[in-house]
Design a binder for this molecule. Structure first.
Ligand SMILES: [Fe+2]
Length: 415
């Protein structure tokens, strides 16, 4: 009675059924989508897990039909091959409660179902406090937004990116699929090559042997993961300042971003997610607006001496970095998921679904952990406590211990 009934609409995979059943559900498989509406009408179903990419547009039509039946408590999980945030958003707008990228496994499906069960209103963990800035110190004059805090991308300077950035971007947005794309880019610059080697050997990428050869390291990472590492190297190099006052601030902020990305990657991988590389890039760049603002602030004060009004800078960064980040993501044609997260991560946007919320919580929790390790050069008014986010992600004590060990390695200088 405590085993929710799941209807799996898949072609031919008995293993999926068995793995979902082993995780505590009762699963039935059907092959013909036409069988679904009568089955839904005659049974008390908790979930329909369906192949969304069935030929002839049958998938979206079936989701709509099931939605129209208004079965209380029924949730639809779509199995799909779509790769872009835009296409995924379409799946959610059709009414899916979650989506899983194919190929998948029964274990992964069961994890998603368990998470959806846990997010039912009566079982939901308490809402973490929204990250909103506190009131700014009243002695600061904050009426006029300074130019460096403007989200306009056309009339202010931006850092020049590495000449191979366009090729990295092509891999990130899935335009470039040549097997050795990352090798070719990394070979062109010893700094990039050493970053790839270091990443392949780092604990966050689960290396099991030592890689000394660039080609082997690239094979180990794969194109998407390798592109994330190159992006990390290229942006970290670009967002610098010769002025030590700003150079340190930029370094600290980028260090936090890199660790946020690695933590988010580690957590999502340990939870069995399949889109870990997309999450890695989204976590790395979710605060890119902060970097743009600090860099522009540095450029606007070039040649000046004296201290920085860090409280004032912190206020404007908190206030504007999401708008600046979204504008920068558009300008650089960064992956769509980056644009969404860079533009909105401190609070729920209207209509936020389970998937959006899970990703936002993952990134904010990882960011809080990273800030505890790396620090924060600008006094910020956003809270630091990762626990509400980690609680919502339901990290087991064992995973939490393993993550703490990795963070300790980072503290010792692994990163
Ligand atoms: Fe932020």
């Amino acid at each position: 009675m405590d085993r929710p009934l799941v209807l799996l609409i898949v072609d031919d995979d008995q293993d999926l059924v068995e793995e979902v059943e082993a995780a505590g559900f009762t699963a039935r498989r059907v092959r013909d989508p036409a069988e679904v509406p009568p089955a839904v009408a005659s049974a008390t179903l908790a979930f329909v897990v369906m192949d969304y990419d069935l030929p002839g547009g049958v998938g979206p039509a079936l989701v709509q039909r099931l939605q129209a039946m208004r079965v209380p408590g029924l949730r639809i999980v779509a199995l799909t091959e779509v790769q872009t945030a835009k296409a995924l958003l379409r799946v959610f707008r059709m009414g899916a409660a979650d989506a899983i990228l194919k190929p998948t496994s029964g274990t992964e499906i069961a994890l998603v179902l368990q998470r959806l069960r846990g997010s039912e209103p009566d079982a939901r963990s308490p809402e973490p406090a929204p990250l909103v800035p506190l009131r700014p110190p009243s002695r600061l004059n904050l009426r006029v937004r300074p130019k460096w805090a403007s989200p306009t991308m056309d009339d202010a300077p931006l850092p020049i990116l590495h000449p191979r950035m366009e090729e990295v971007r092509a891999v990130l947005v899935n335009l470039e699929t040549k097997a050795d794309a990352i090798v070719q880019i990394a070979e062109s610059d010893p700094t990039l090559a050493s970053r790839v080697l270091r990443a392949a050997n780092s604990g966050f990428f689960r290396g099991t042997r030592t890689y000394t050869n660039l080609r082997d390291a690239c094979v180990r990472l794969g194109n998407r993961q390798g592109a994330g590492v190159l992006l990390e190297a290229i942006l970290g190099e670009a967002f610098r300042s010769p002025d030590p006052r700003f150079g340190t601030l930029l370094g600290v902020h980028w260090g936090t971003a890199v660790l946020t990305a690695r933590v988010a990657r580690w957590i999502s991988h340990s939870m069995g997610a399949r889109q870990v590389e997309e999450y890695y890039v989204a976590a790395l760049l979710h605060n890119i607006g902060e970097m743009v603002m600090l860099w522009r602030l540095a450029a606007s004060r070039a040649g000046e001496t004296g201290s920085i009004a860090v409280e004032e800078a912190g206020y404007w960064i908190d206030e504007a970095h999401e708008a600046v980040g979204a504008a920068y993501a558009t300008k650089q044609r960064l992956p769509p998921l980056v644009g969404i997260l860079a533009g909105n991560h401190h609070s729920a946007r209207s209509g936020e679904g389970v998937y959006d919320r899970g990703l936002r919580v993952l990134i904010l929790g990882s960011w809080c952990l990273a800030r505890q390790v790396v620090g924060d050069g600008v006094p910020t008014r956003f809270p630091l406590d990762p626990e509400p986010y980690l609680a919502e992600l339901r990290l087991t004590p064992e995973r939490r211990d393993a993550l703490d060990r990795l963070l300790l390695e980072w503290r010792k200088g692994e990163g």
